[in-house]
Design a binder for this molecule. Structure first.
Ligand SMILES: [Ca+2]
Length: 458
């Protein structure tokens, strides 16, 4: 049995291994309810650790979600809420990237002596000054943006999808069938090489990814009960098992915080592929399905085994929490996340700091919803002009108890005027800092900008 033992301060700070898979919904893993996908290794993490059932990403799409995790900030604070051309995510040769002056999790942990590696998809800028190697990562193996951003989409300008090691393209186009397998092998090699140091191993796997036909290696193809999507999910589970086995083999597993989650919910497809059940909505917007993720954490003796925790926490809490674990200094500029160790480790009241200040749901430049305690208020943006003369319809005000009515079946705004008023005030406070539509926020910082982006593959 794992006891509840405090780790003496003089011991080496813990390793942190974080899986951050792409476009996978809450209902896609066994321990969160999937009956379709076999995920024994992720389920084992849940049994040996805690399942977090109100774990949120900070955006329903890739780039802003990843920017938020890396910086501990809401996407608009670091101006990564829209791409250089006003889109939802960065594209190849985007003029934008995460500002090199922002301090990432990797930079924070590196100051505390951590070895830092990223294995998978970056998507925070593909110009040299924006690459992970310039943002605190000692080692990068993977692709600079999404698996669907291939040359055939824009043959005139986009290069073949590059596989990179450090800042070098080693294959283009990359064989996407082997991405999960190769990233797993590279991560294990990194863990072996750095076993004597504390390490941050960030594994943003590229699957199930953004294509209609997710990729998997031959051992997994055709083996699941859910087509190519299920095959990809089961290979992600295999990868989890491989990484855990490596940590155990090297006797590192007991001093490692392992986190397993996704960057945003499963995307709506016909016929259905992924699942965001029991939540409403699909990836890419501010619905619960898009932003409330399956999350398990394992850290023997610290994160309690077999527990389920429904306190609101977010990817933006990871930077300050990891900094505390590593006894590292926080970035000099303000961040939005909180140190949530009391919630992770079930210490004291363990009440979410977001219950008081509200957790904000931005879609690109628009604040669309706020959650505090059990309540999620969908704000009521008026009809507006979108890109290409498209009208974006007005959304009615709606309030749900997303703790007890997770499927949002009962709208209660009229019954709870005080809750509506309180959450509206919290939203207004966020607008002042972070902006909303044409209204700039006073605390927004610029993204990185490259006026003359060059393709990574000549
Ligand atoms: Ca994504």
């Amino acid at each position: 049995m794992l006891g509840f033992v405090r780790v003496p301060a003089q011991e080496r700070p813990p390793n942190i291994v974080m899986f951050f898979v792409d476009n996978l919904g809450n209902g896609d893993v066994g321990c969160f309810g999937s009956k379709l996908h076999r995920t024994p290794h992720i389920d084992r993490l849940a049994k040996e650790g805690t399942r977090f059932t109100s774990f949120y990403v900070a955006s329903g799409v890739c780039t802003p979600s990843r920017a938020a995790l890396m910086t501990g900030c809401y996407p608009p604070r670091v101006s990564m809420h829209v791409s250089g051309s006003g889109g939802a995510v960065l594209r190849p040769l985007d003029t934008k990237g995460l500002n090199p002056e922002e301090m990432t999790i990797a930079e924070v942990l590196r100051t505390a002596g951590y070895a830092t590696g990223i294995f998978g998809k970056w998507h925070l800028g593909d110009q040299p000054e924006f690459l992970p190697t310039r943002q605190g990562f000692d080692y990068f193996f993977g692709i600079p943006y999404s698996d669907d951003q291939t040359k055939d989409k824009q043959p005139e300008t986009w290069p073949e999808l590059p596989l990179m090691r450090q800042e070098k393209v080693i294959e283009a186009p990359v064989d996407r069938d082997f991405l999960v397998k190769r990233c797993t092998e590279e991560a294990i090699g990194f863990i072996e090489r750095n076993r004597a140091r504390p390490m941050f191993v960030y594994i943003p796997h590229t699957m199930p990814g953004s294509t209609k036909n997710p990729f998997s290696s031959p051992e997994f193809r055709g083996k699941s009960a859910n087509g190519e999507y299920g095959d990809a999910v089961e290979e992600l589970d295999w990868s989890t098992g491989q990484i855990m086995a490596a940590l155990e083999r090297l006797r590192l597993a007991d001093n490692t915080l392992v986190i397993w989650t996704s960057d945003n919910g499963a995307v709506r497809r016909t016929p259905q592929q992924g699942s965001c059940a029991p939540y409403r909505g699909w990836g890419y917007d501010t619905s619960e399905g898009a932003m409330r993720m399956p999350c398990v954490m394992r850290f023997p003796g610290r994160v309690r085994a077999g527990r389920v925790c429904d306190e609101v926490i977010s990817t933006i809490d990871m930077l300050p929490t990891f900094a505390s674990l590593a006894a590292a200094k926080l970035p000099p500029k303000p961040i939005d996340g909180h140190d949530v160790r009391p919630i992770l480790f079930d210490q004291g009241a363990g009440k979410s700091p977001w219950d008081d200040v509200g957790y904000m749901f931005y879609r690109m430049d628009q604040l669309q919803a706020v959650r505090a305690g059990p309540w999620k208020l969908y704000l009521s943006p008026p009809e507006r002009q979108g890109a290409n003369d498209r009208r974006i319809a007005a959304v009615p005000l709606a309030l749900y108890d997303v703790r007890n009515d997770v499927g949002e079946t009962r709208e209660v705004a009229a019954e709870q005027p005080e809750v509506v008023r309180n959450l509206s005030q919290l939203a207004e406070a966020a607008r002042v800092e972070l902006g909303d539509l044409d209204r700039p926020g006073r605390s927004q910082r610029p993204a990185g900008y490259n006026p003359n982006p060059q393709p990574l593959v000549p």
